[in-house]
Design a protein around this ligand. Structure first.
Ligand SMILES: [Zn+2]
Ligand SMILES: [Zn+2]
Length: 745
């Protein structure tokens, strides 16, 4: 439902085709998982001579107390609460785990000594998370479908694209047949670049200052600290977010080159007003793979609603020019979009800073003439290594780890040369790597609006030649599952507090649900379509949409799609006449409707030039407009800063481009700009006159106070006189001696 709003739903023929692909990729992997489980069950049957204990279905992800891996189904547990995964069980039996903890000869496993976190007393019983035989049943069904039609063809490539270069194309040129090219390259584990993806956006600004305001509006926090990294010495820097954003446009803060890594601000999450989130999802190319809601080939979204979900982002990197992202792995597939870059070039100054501050600094700042930035050339230098080169790359890094420097000192301890995220290979290292091991990365520059697809298991590093903002999203394609499993196995043997372990994924669980979805889809199709020739026709019939087809031209269709969008209408059979939150036939929500109505009452011209139809894009436009109005209303002029004013004006430009009449708002901003920030002489004269008025008022106040005091003093004296001489004294003094003695005189 969410995704229709953002222009994606998988077509029926594609569902069948993709289900087939998922089945083909996942079936062997789940079979393998199941074999491991069967082995463990046999051991348990011998131990107990009885079936295994069954637990209730668990929603939360449970992980191994020894290695931290998630359980997808069977695991062992002690009455004291200690739990162990099947891989650890096997390693224990094989004698691979160190430290005096041993399996029994019959395969039984005692609870480990206290040093390991156990009670050293009980034994570990086999337990399950999923329903009895659920996996076996899915596998049986999968096997039937698999046997009927195992004619899954590997995607073919045509000659349109040069095989020796990375596959890259422009977002607006994407045609249905490109999905084939994409899959062909992707299945080989090659990165893919799609240019110009921001052309699909509505023009929302990704300037960090704008994000900061969106963030502030959402959190209601004026002061917010973030943990940035100073790329000159790799120290952590706690800094006020607005200061950080300011430094971004200036290129530095106090001669520090900062970087905010893997940041997940609330304005970038799905929520009440996730403007930037919606915008980002809208720009994603190849949504079958990437959609974070319902990408048909995204294995990470196959988990049932109630299951806990892995954190797949989006995350944000806000980097000053000259900063680097060190060599590392994502634990799944990644798409990384450069959403903003700073046009002011401060690179050369920064080079100087780097050299002055750290004479021995090898890894930060441009290193040669070759790196001088040409704005058309791209602003982030990427190196992505091939999966098959990883062993050699690791060997090189271990061998030369002492030669890598942070600030003069070498990398202290290497747990894992890539997962540690401590190395950056400069030109010299890349040259030596090629010389000694014969391998080199794909190297290219990412431009504003470029989406880089990085397959899971390809180590990569990035150097930012200029300040840039990138947003990245993780997804899991069927092609990468094997690699994801390999990476999770590598994580197992890292210390439990290792940074990379935060990216643990329950791949086993995803596999099972993905297989279940694919099998259900295929069975449904076969039942309703009979002979399998149809299936084959469907599979070879290429009418991909790649997620770019947004709206139906059929008006009836549009309204039904549109109705499904309204989150405020809970009833599935709600009609278009439903008045709740309906504005010009668009279900914008009650609050939004009130704001839009208020604007129209006060400034009726605002919407006069528009032709608003109940179409999905109008919903997002109106929501964006509502956001703008809300921030406009709430902005205090006293606290307003000049760049905020500029950003509001940019927003107005945008809305006026699509024919909103915002002259009234523009007039107000114009007024504030001239009078608060400008030098209009009238303003100065007014200020002076006001000062004079104020001064006179103060004098006047003082005089009045004196007057009041004098009156009081006189009244007191009058009173005293009356006390002493009687109330007639005044008249006697001012008249005759005989005053009041005889009436009439
Ligand atoms: Zn384990
Ligand atoms: Zn125990």
């Amino acid at each position: 439902m969410q995704d229709m709003q953002q222009g994606y739903s998988c077509s029926e023929p594609n569902k069948i085709k993709y289900s087939k692909q998922i089945l083909y990729e996942v079936f062997p992997l789940v079979t393998r998982l199941n074999e491991d489980q069967l082995m463990e069950k046999e051991i348990e049957a011998k131990l107990k001579g009885a079936s295994i204990l069954e637990l209730e279905l668990q929603d939360a992800d449970v992980f191994c107390d020894n290695c931290g891996s998630y359980f997808f189904d069977l695991y062992r547990s002690c009455a004291c609460g200690y739990v162990l995964c099947l891989v650890c069980c096997r390693e224990l039996r094989d004698g691979q785990l160190k430290g005096g903890w041993k399996a029994c000869i019959d395969g039984g496993i005692p609870c480990p000594p206290k040093d390991f976190g156990g009670c050293n007393d009980g034994t570990l019983d086999l337990k399950r998370i999923m329903c009895v035989d659920w996996i076996v049943n899915i596998l049986e069904k999968a096997n039937r479908v698999y046997k009927i039609d195992n004619g899954y063809d590997d995607p073919q490539t045509c000659m349109e694209f040069n095989e020796s270069c990375l596959f890259s194309l422009s977002a607006k040129d994407i045609q249905p047949q490109h999905m084939q090219h994409f899959r062909s390259r992707w299945s080989k584990g090659e990165p893919i670049i799609v240019h110009d993806v921001l052309s699909a956006s509505s023009g929302l600004s990704w300037e960090p200052m704008v994000l900061w305001r969106a963030f502030r509006d959402k959190t209601k926090k004026d002061n917010y600290d973030v943990n940035a990294i100073n790329c000159l010495d790799w120290s952590k820097v706690t800094i006020n977010l607005s200061k950080f954003c300011k430094g971004y446009s200036e290129g530095q803060v106090k001669k520090r080159i900062l970087k905010l890594e893997d940041w997940q601000p609330c304005c970038l999450q799905q929520g009440e007003w996730p403007c930037h989130f919606i915008e980002f999802v809208k720009c994603l190319p190849f949504k079958d793979y990437t959609s974070p809601h319902n990408g048909y080939l995204n294995m990470a979204v196959k988990l049932p609603d109630l299951s806990s979900k892995p954190n797949m982002g989006p995350k944000m990197d806000i980097a000053y020019g000259g900063s680097v992202t060190k060599l590392h792995y994502e634990k799944s597939d990644t798409v990384n979009i450069m959403t903003h870059t700073n046009s002011a070039s401060t690179t050369l100054n920064k080079t100087k800073i780097v050299k002055q501050e750290h004479g021995d600094q090898h890894e930060v700042g441009p290193q040669s003439q070759q790196d001088v930035v040409d704005p058309m050339e791209g602003v982030a230098l990427w190196d992505i290594f091939q999966r098959q080169d990883v062993p050699k790359l690791e060997e090189y890094l271990r061998k030369h780890s002492a030669k890598f420097r942070h600030t003069g000192c070498s990398v202290e301890q290497v747990f894992h040369p890539i997962h540690d995220r401590t190395f950056y290979l400069n030109m010299e290292h890349k040259r030596k790597l090629k010389e000694e091991f014969g391998i080199e990365p794909w190297t290219f520059k990412q431009k504003l609006g470029d989406a880089v697809f990085i397959p899971a298991g390809c180590p990569y590093q990035v150097r930012n030649l200029k300040s840039s903002t990138k947003v990245e999203l993780n997804f899991i394609s069927p092609e990468s599952l094997g690699e994801c499993i390999r990476l999770q196995k590598e994580l197992r043997i890292l210390p439990n507090n290792h940074r990379a372990k935060q990216q643990k994924l329950n791949i086993g669980k995803m596999l099972i649900y993905a297989l279940d979805c694919a099998v259900s889809e295929l069975s449904r199709f076969m039942e309703s379509n009979g002979p399998t020739e149809d299936l084959h026709d469907q599979l070879t019939n290429d009418n991909d949409t790649n997620g770019w087809k947004c709206e139906s031209d059929n008006p009836q269709d549009t309204s039904s799609v549109f109705l499904a969008l309204s989150p405020s209408i809970d009833h599935p059979h709600a009609t278009i006449e439903d008045p709740e939150g309906l504005w010009r036939g668009i279900a914008v929500g009650q609050l939004e409707k009130e704001v839009l109505q208020a604007v129209e009452d006060r400034y009726p011209q605002t919407f006069q030039g528009l032709q608003i139809h109940p179409k999905p894009h109008w919903l997002s436009t109106l929501k964006a407009f509502h956001d703008f109005i809300k921030s406009f209303i709430q902005k205090s002029v006293r606290e307003l800063e000049e760049d905020e004013l500029t950003s509001l004006e940019t927003d107005i430009d945008f809305f006026e481009m699509i024919k909103f009449d915002l002259s009234w708002a523009r007039n107000r901003l114009h007024m504030v700009r001239n009078l608060k920030f400008g030098n209009d002489p009238l303003r100065l004269e007014l200020v002076e006159a006001s000062t004079r008025t104020e001064r006179a008022r103060v004098e006047f106040e003082r005089a009045r106070l004196e007057y009041d005091r004098a009156i009081d003093a006189r009244n007191t004296k009058l009173h005293e006189m009356a006390q002493k001489y009687g109330s007639e004294y005044d008249d006697v003094l001012n008249g005759e001696l005989g005053f009041g003695m005889v009436p009439g005189y």
